[in-house]
Structure formats: structure tokens, C-alpha cells
Design a binder for this molecule. Structure first.
Ligand code: HEM
Length: 443
């Protein structure tokens, strides 16, 4: 059977994506119009098949290959081969090392104290502004999560002098290389942009080198930090540098926007915000921050975070390339095809999420979760290329939310009630999310 989808255009699909306002909105439009399996022109892949049905997705969950051209924009960040698309023979052992550090409870516990200090420092900074200037959630929270991941990669000895500059440099590089893929107009002449991207990349490489050198001079061979584990596993220096670079990128704005969107949604849903605050008071008592062991008692907070990543998945899509023919329901997909993962459309699929646009944390009680197919909720992707940082991200995000929501009440800054999601590699709020913070206990 022929897979439904829009008629091909001569521009290779770029126009349709631009008209929709980006791939994040285009996927919603495609699935609303053509159903759960759609064939469409994807810039960088010619034709792709997008699958928004969690049951059909199971048939793709084993695929261990990403389409190279689609992820070419990340190649400049790597010297020893683009980590997004390296073959399974190299990827599998590399993933195992990452998971041994990033997914491990002992290593989360070991870093928890330092994460708490960093989150508390941000809360102190915001407290100094309480009832004054609005805070810019994304800006401050991505800087916080960048600090957290840099220390994690370093094993806790590091000092990232200027996180804002690192974030800006990642932006510069991604905007330029993503812009080349989608032919998006970017300010400046081609030469100017290329030069700016080169400078940003050189700055990032120097930052990574400092991180690695600081680790070496600390003489650590500790498997609870990423660099230590990679050295121990015998990875090459270039691959270690690439891993630090890619992890810094993959970890910071995803986790930063996950926390920002959760605060945004809670500020608009006072009943849910009250339940979170009550739970924090009950579990923490007079304490300003949780211990690691408290996290599993913050069940409603976790449900609110999950619901926020359903409505605003920080990474809104992914992709795979079939290595053999595949049967997807009524359709046959040949080998070498691009499978597009529309995470956002999966999360808004009305067949599994009644009134999908509504913020309802109760969807994530164990009973409700058990009623849904496994892949109905996939903010961290699926299969052998899914996010290695998922467990760490949940620990960081829950800790930061607990520290902030124990202490503050959040209100949208006047005139800033409307927030528009845009795609900037992650699902980002255009012009940030600005809020007024006030002390919960003096209110
Ligand atoms: C809320 C925070 C985060 C979200 C929503 C998120 C989401 C994702 C998604 C959707 C993917 C692509 C998965 C796929 O293709 O199936 C991914 C990949 C990845 N993420 Fe995350 N991520 C987050 C935080 C982190 C953190 C904290 C780290 C590291 C410490 C990290 C490291 C990575 C890496 C290394 C990959 C590449 C996976 C591979 O190719 O093997 N992420 N992430």
C-alpha cells in the first residue's frame, strides 16, 4: 500500500517546512492531515516516513543507524567521526561507557551535593531579585545545567569560567550548520557567518581542551566521571574530546528547557503548582533542598515534569535509517529509507492522550502509564541510539525544580504571558520565558 503524504515539490521539501515554521510544527501538521504514518520530503533525506503511532514504532525500535546527511550539521563538533552517526561497532562500546557513568545511581549520588550547591546558588541569585526584575528562565537554567554537566564530565573539579559564552558559541555553530542544511536565511554574509562559526568552534574546542587538561592534572582515574571512564575504557584522546563536546551540547539546553517549560506550565496551572508545593513541604519539611533519596518521594513533581516533557519535548524529533526491509502495519519500507521520529506528534497523538493539549500530570500515575503502549511517551528517544543521559537528566531536573519550587512562587512577567515554542535544535521558547519570582514563605 502507498503511504499517504503531500505531493512532492521541486524544492525538496524546504518550503513546506519553512511555511509550517519549522520541522517541529510541520510534523504536527502532517500527522493531523494524513494519519499516523506519513511519507514526506525531508530536507537532507529526500523522502522520509514519519511514524506517530507507538505500536507501529516498535517495529523500528531495533534500528541502530542514523541517516548521515541529516546529522551532518553536528560533524564539525567531532574530530574522530560524527558521534551521532558512527557505526554500531564503534557506537555500542562507547554507549556502554557513557551509560556506566550517566545512568548509574552511585555516580548521581556522588555528584548530588555539588548539583545542589549550584542550584542553590541560582536560587540565591533569583532571591536577590524577588519581586523586582523578571528572571529569564531559559538563559539562567541552561547556564546552570551546562555548569552541572561540565562538572560531571570533569568529575567535580572543574570551573567553567563563562557558561553564557559557551552557550552562545554552541548557538552560533548550530545555527550556521543547521541553516546550511535547511537553507534558512541567517543574518550576515556567507563569509561572515562562516568566520563567526569557525571562531565559536575554536572557542568550544579550547574549552573542551581545558576541561580535559584539568581532569588530567587532577590525576583522576575515577569511573564515576565521564572522562575517567572513557580513559579507563581505552578511548582515543580525540574521541574523548568529542564526547565531552557532544555531551556538553546534548545535556545543557535539553535539561534547561525541560525545567523552564515545567515552571511555565505550573505557573499557568495553580492547582498543580499547589500540589507540588504541598508535596515539597511534606517531604522536605524545613529543608531547602532534597537529599538524593528524597527524589523518589517527590512523585507529583516527577509527574509534572514528565507531563511538561510530553507537551514540550526538549528534543522534538529524531531519525533512523533502515538497514533491511521493514513491515510497518500495512506498509512495506525498503532498506535504506529514512524513518522520521516525530516525538512531539507521538506525545500529542489523541488515540493515546485524550485532550492532548491539556496539562494533566495525573496522566503519569503508574496505573495510567500501564494502560498506554511503551512507546507512547518517548522524550528521550528509543532503542540503541536513545539518550544515554536520560536518568541523569531526570535527577538534575527534579533537583532544580525542587529547590526552586520549595522557595519561590512564579508568575508570568506582565506582557509576557504568551510564550511561543520555536525550534532551535531543541524546542525553545522564542524570546525566553520571563517570570516574576517571589518568596513562597514571605508571601
Ligand atoms: C531533559 C533532558 C534531555 C532530553 C529531553 C534529551 C533527549 C534526547 C533525545 C530525544 C535524543 C535522541 C534519541 C534518539 O535518537 O532516539 C538524545 C540523545 C542523546 N542525549 Fe539526551 N536528552 C536530555 C539530556 C541529556 C543529558 C543530561 C545528557 C548527557 C549527560 C544527554 C546525552 C545525550 C547523548 C550523548 C545523545 C546521543 C545518543 C546516541 O547517539 O547514542 N542528554 N537525547
Amino acid at each position: 500500500m502507498r503511504i499517504p503524504g503531500p505531493e512532492p515539490r521541486t524544492d525538496g521539501g524546504v518550503g513546506a517546512v519553512t511555511e509550517a515554521g519549522g520541522l517541529h510544527h510541520y510534523q504536527l501538521r502532517l500527522h493531523a492531515e494524513y494519519g499516523p504514518v506519513v511519507r514526506f520530503q525531508l530536507p537532507g533525506a529526500e523522502t522520509a516516513v514519519s511514524v506517530a503511532d507507538p505500536v507501529l514504532l516498535e517495529a523500528t525500535a531495533h534500528i541502530d543507524k542514523r541517516p548521515e546527511r541529516l546529522f551532518e550539521f553536528l560533524a564539525p563538533l567531532c574530530e574522530a567521526g560524527n558521534l551521532q552517526v558512527i557505526g554500531a561497532d564503534e557506537h555500542t562500546p562507547w554507549r556502554r561507557v557513557l551509560l556506566s557513568v550517566l545512568a548509574g545511581r552511585p555516580s548521581h549520588e556522588r555528584h548530588f551535593g555539588r548539583f545542589t550547591e549550584l542550584a542553590t546558588a541560582l536560587a540565591d541569585d533569583w532571591a536577590a531579585r524577588a519581586d523586582g526584575e523578571p528572571v529569564e528562565l531559559q538563559k539562567d537554567l541552561t547556564a546552570l545545567t551546562l555548569r552541572m554537566i561540565s562538572e560531571y564530565a570533569l568529575g567535580g573539579d572543574g570551573d567553567l569560567a563563562d557558561p553564557d559564552r559557551v552557550i552562545a558559541a554552541f548557538e552560533e555553530v548550530l545555527t550556521e550548520y543547521l541553516g546550511r542544511l535547511y537553507q534558512v536565511p541567517v543574518p550576515g554574509t556567507q563569509d561572515e557567518r562562516a568566520r563567526r562559526a569557525e571562531e565559536a568552534l575554536a572557542f568550544l574546542r579550547a574549552t573542551v581542551d581545558r576541561v580535559v587538561a584539568a581532569h588530567r592534572s587532577g590525576g583522576r582515574a575515577d569511573k564515576s566521571d565521564l572522562i575517567g571512564a572513557l580513559i579507563e575504557a581505552g578511548e582515543s584522546p580525540a574521541r574523548i574530546r568529542d564526547t565531552v563536546m557532544v555531551t556538553m551540547l546534548a545535556a545543557h539546553h535539553t535539561t534547561g528547557v525541560a525545567v523552564s517549560w515545567t515552571l511555565h506550565l505550573l505557573a499557568r496551572h495553580p492547582d498543580a503548582a499547589t500540589r507540588v508545593a504541598d508535596e515539597l513541604d511534606r517531604v522536605l519539611g524545613e529543608r531547602a533542598a532534597p537529599e538524593y533519596a528524597d527524589l523518589r518521594r517527590l512523585t507529583y513533581l516527577e509527574m509534572a515534569l514528565k507531563e511538561s516533557m510530553r507537551l514540550y519535548p526538549p528534543g522534538p524529533y529524531g531519525a533512523r535509517e533502515t538497514t533491511e526491509p521493514l513491515v510497518l502495519g500495512d506498509y512495506e519500507i525498503p532498506a535504506g529509507a529514512t524513518i522520521f521520529y516525530p516525538f512531539w506528534a507521538v506525545h500529542l497523538n489523541p488515540a493515546y492522550w485524550p485532550e492532548p493539549e491539556k496539562f494533566v500530570p495525573e496522566r503519569f500515575t503508574p496505573e495510567e502509564t500501564a494502560k498506554r503502549p511503551r512507546l507512547a511517551y518517548i522524550p528521550f528517544g528509543l532503542g540503541p541510539r536513545s539518550c544515554e543521559g536520560a536518568a541523569l537528566a531526570m535527577v538534575e531536573a527534579e533537583l532544580v525544580l525542587a529547590v526552586l519550587l520549595k522557595r519561590f512562587r512564579f508568575r508570568p512577567a506582565p506582557g509576557r504571558e504568551t510564550v511561543t515554542p520555536i525550534e532551535r535544535f531543541v524546542l525553545w521558547a522564542a524570546d525566553d520565558i520571563r517570570m516574576l519570582v517571589s518568596d513562597r514563605h514571605s508571601a
